[in-house]
Design a protein around this ligand. Structure first.
Ligand SMILES: Nc1ncnc2c1ncn2[C@@H]1O[C@H](COP(=O)(O)OP(=O)(O)OP(=O)(O)O)[C@@H](O)[C@H]1O
Length: 338
């Protein structure tokens, strides 16, 4: 998901990528210390190094290198004598965004079904500024495009293995791209999807772009959701990655699927395919998925509804270039549900 970036890791000294207020390497006092002491001094004022040199078990940072691919945060690989760590930092947000990411990764990890990086630490970059960081297991990614059958099967297993006694939602709110995503626990899926997914995005479009026409059409669609989703009275909540597009799917060096950067919540499993327009899922993926999670009646009639959430979000994130897609989906549903 693309969004504005505040800084580039490559433009900074790696030791200071996460915190500019550490001891200056230019100071004479600093230069006169031994390498081990210099690292200790830096760790005292850099929470990322502090964690690595403490709980992380490292005594040496061997190398740091920027990791490309993301848009919202600065990503860095740290190679240490205690192994490699993956760190994302963001100067513009407090820890809640990464706490929510960690909660999602932990929830998916707990299912034991598909590989996700284990989160290790989240915290503020410093006590007097807004930035934050997350440290997680570094996964060496392979170069293959991945096995679609395995991805479909393992995603199905994750959906099947998860259940929620609290209904639809999640313990924390999170973000979809950089848009807030509210997850209050709700007993009924249609209400959750209407109010906290489509309704929330429509309101944001109205507030941001003053697009009253789209908003009004959207409200008509919301009224018709019980008819359009009539087969879903008994739908069970299952854990969704929530932002499953090709940029958040990778393979490890064994060729096993890895899913990253989630926007997790408990929802209807079909909502997972809302980003399928930029996920590249093929027939092998869906065949394997439906062997584990059988397709429910009306699946095809709902796919565009679930895509609409993400199209509305893209309108909110990137502007009116996505308005046409939103309008045509809404119009097509209004035409059948009069
Ligand atoms: N645990 C990990 N180990 C190794 N590489 C990783 C790990 N997590 C993510 N990556 C790599 O780093 C890139 C950026 O990560 P991620 O997508 O989480 O960043 P982001 O800034 O939140 O991205 P986005 O803009 O897509 O929301 C990924 O595309 C992936 O290639």
């Amino acid at each position: 998901m693309a969004a504005a970036v505040g800084l580039t890791a490559s433009s900074r000294s790696p030791f200071f990528a996460c915190n500019p207020v550490v001891v200056r390497p230019s100071s004479r006092a600093f230069a006169s210390r031994t390498p081990a002491l210099r690292l200790k001094i830096m760790a005292e004022s850099d929470p990322v190094l502090d964690w690595m040199m403490g709980e992380g078990g490292a005594t040496k940072i061997l190398r740091t290198s920027p990791v490309g691919g993301g848009c919202i945060s600065t990503a860095t690989r740290y190679d240490t004598d205690a192994g490699s760590f993956f760190v994302k930092s963001n100067r513009n947000t407090g820890p809640s965004m990464f706490e929510a990411e960690a909660a999602g990764l932990n929830a998916m990890h707990a299912t034991g079904t598909i590989r996700v990086p284990k989160p290790l630490k989240v915290g503020p970059l410093s006590s007097h500024s807004r930035g934050s960081f997350i440290i997680m297991e570094f996964i060496e990614m392979g170069s293959s495009r991945g096995n679609q059958t395995e991805l479909g099967r393992q995603l199905g297993e994750m959906h099947k293995a998860s259940s929620s006694e609290k209904g639809f939602g999640f313990d924390v709110d999170n973000t979809i791209g950089s848009t807030p995503q509210k997850n209050p626990w709700t007993g009924d899926w249609i209400t959750f999807f209407r109010d906290h997914r489509l309704g929330f995005q429509l309101q944001l479009i109205k507030d941001t772009y003053r697009d009253n026409d789209l908003y009004a059409k959207g409200q008509r669609l919301l009224e018709r959701l019980p008819v359009l989703m009539k087969d879903l009275d008994n739908v069970q909540p299952c854990l969704l990655h929530g932002d499953l597009w090709s940029g958040n799917v990778a393979t490890d060096t064994n060729g096993a699927p890895v899913i990253l950067d989630p926007a997790c919540y408990y929802g209807h499993n079909e909502a997972e395919f809302g980003m399928s327009w930029c996920a590249g899922f093929g027939p092998a993926f869906y065949d394997a998925y439906f062997k584990v999670m059988p397709k429910l009646p009306g699946f095809e009639q709902r796919t565009e509804l679930y895509k609409l959430y993400h199209y509305l979000n893209h309108y909110n994130l990137f502007g009116s270039g996505y308005r046409g897609s939103c309008t045509s989906i809404i119009d097509s549903y209004l035409a059948v549900a009069r």
